[in-house]
Design a protein around this ligand. Structure first.
Ligand code: NAD
Length: 405
């Protein structure tokens, strides 16, 4: 069975789905590995290094013709046009936020498997958890970006030229990325506070060195599967107001809050921004086409407000550490692929909870229970979806979606 790796085409994407070490592992499992020429360039893996590991370096059309096509992010329209019914495509396909792509993959007749739909709480899925591996990298890089943009020191420094107090860092959202951001900011010597709507994250945040902030105006908002639920409008406004007081007392704020399949919650409002001191920095990891955690943030852009607050719309952070991110993703996707293969052939079984969680399209149809009923909406409509609307919709998480049909 031929398994291929294609070169990523999304703007700025430097990661590659398999690194040469993984080629050796897949070949040992009886798979033939094809790598599109140049696929590893962005992560510093040459065609020669893949060839040495036993892969065949091929053209894009040959790679797209393999039985299984591996990728990091979504395929472009040309790639989808080159696919044929029955092929298996695995990548971070974001079906919850990109129903048009899911429909296109169904129409192409391929079996699409999305790495971001893995039921993360299943113990056997841990090695395949690309959301966690990439979030770890993003959290680390977000802390570095914050330190880099801040015009003062992170650690306490006592020198002959004076004493510098340590930076006060606030991390909003203490999931995988937030915890890594806390640990990294602490290792750089700053004093870190943290907040999350899920009170169970308190112990985790404290264990990596943060002081946990509790808001009195918002109760616990834990949802299904270890995720947060969307807040009601009332809760959201109370949260924003109370958070603003804390935000004003910090030098660097790193926001990581997400609710699966939703627009990221707005945590830093215009008023909160105005209350911050000149020279403060915000790194918005929630920045996306759908909106971010910080008013006025834009993915991939850095803006400075009138009162001197730098807002970094931190999108694509894993790609900015392409070598590390690819090595981790490669382990995740290899583990998933080997889980789907028996005796060198695909053994797909949608009765299996893990497989049912990740298989999005099959046989020309959208088969995932959480997606099959949802009609695609145009992107403009989704971007305009207000948080208020999001809060009133029923919440769905990858864990919920993983229920077999
Ligand atoms: P995520 O990226 O979906 O969200 C990041 C954080 O934002 C979460 O901690 C969430 O509670 C928080 N958040 C959402 N709305 C918020 C708001 N309005 N205000 C403040 N914070 C808000 O989460 P994630 O990092 O992908 O993972 C979340 C959790 O999933 C983990 O903490 C863990 O409990 C669980 N998980 C479990 C496993 C496992 O069991 N092996 C693996 C990975 C993750």
């Amino acid at each position: 069975m031929k398994v291929s790796v294609v070169k990523e085409t999304a703007p700025g994407e430097r990661r590659v789905a398999l690194v040469p070490d993984a080629v050796v592992k897949l070949r040992t499992a009886g798979l033939q590995v094809l790598v599109e020429s140049g696929a590893g360039d962005g992560a510093w893996h040459t065609d020669d290094s893949y060839a040495e590991a036993g892969a065949s370096v091929v053209s894009r059309s040959e790679a797209l013709a393999a039985d299984v096509v591996l990728m990091v992010s979504k395929p472009d329209a040309a790639a989808i046009g080159a696919l044929r019914p029955g092929q298996l495509v695995i990548g971070l396909l974001a079906p919850l936020t990109d129903p048009e792509l899911t429909s296109a993959l169904a129409a192409a007749g391929v079996t699409a498997v999305s790495m971001d739909m893995i039921p993360r709480t299943l113990p056997r899925a841990q090695p395949m958890d690309a959301l966690s591996s990439q979030a770890n990298i993003a959290g680390y890089k977000a802390a570095l970006l914050g330190a880099n943009a801040y015009g003062r020191f992170f650690p306490l420094l006592i020198t002959a030229a004076g004493t510098a107090r340590p930076a006060r860092v606030l991390v909003l959202g203490t999931g995988v990325a937030g915890l890594q951001a806390i640990g990294t900011a602490r290792r750089l010597g700053s004093v870190v506070s943290a907040y999350d709507v899920r009170p169970e994250t308190r112990a985790e945040a404290e264990s990596v060195g943060a002081t946990f902030i509790e808001l009195t105006s918002v109760g616990p908002a834990s949802g299904e599967g270890g995720y947060a639920r969307a807040l009601t409008e009332e809760e959201r406004m109370a949260q924003q107001q109370e958070l603003a007081g804390h935000i004003a007392r910090h030098d660097v704020v790193i926001t990581t809050a997400q609710v699966p399949g939703r627009r990221p919650p707005l945590l830093v409002t215009e008023d909160a921004l105005k209350s911050m001191a000149a020279g403060s920095v915000i790194v918005d990891m929630g920045a996306s086409a759908l909106g971010g955690n910080v008013v006025g943030s834009s993915p991939g852009e850095t803006v400075v407000t009138e009162n001197g607050v730098t807002i970094i719309g931190a999108s694509g952070l894993p790609s900015s550490m392409a070598a590390a991110a690819s090595a981790m993703y490669s382990r995740n996707i290899s583990a998933l692929l080997l889980y789907l293969v028996k005796d060198g052939e695909l053994a797909l079984d949608r009765e299996d909870e893990l497989q049912a969680g990740v298989i999005v399209t099959s046989g020309g149809a959208i088969v995932h229970p959480a997606l099959a009923a949802a009609a695609p909406k145009p992107a403009s409509e989704r971007a305009a979806t207000s948080e208020q609307e999001a809060a009133s919709e029923p919440q769905s998480t990858p864990e919920q979606q993983s229920t077999p049909e």
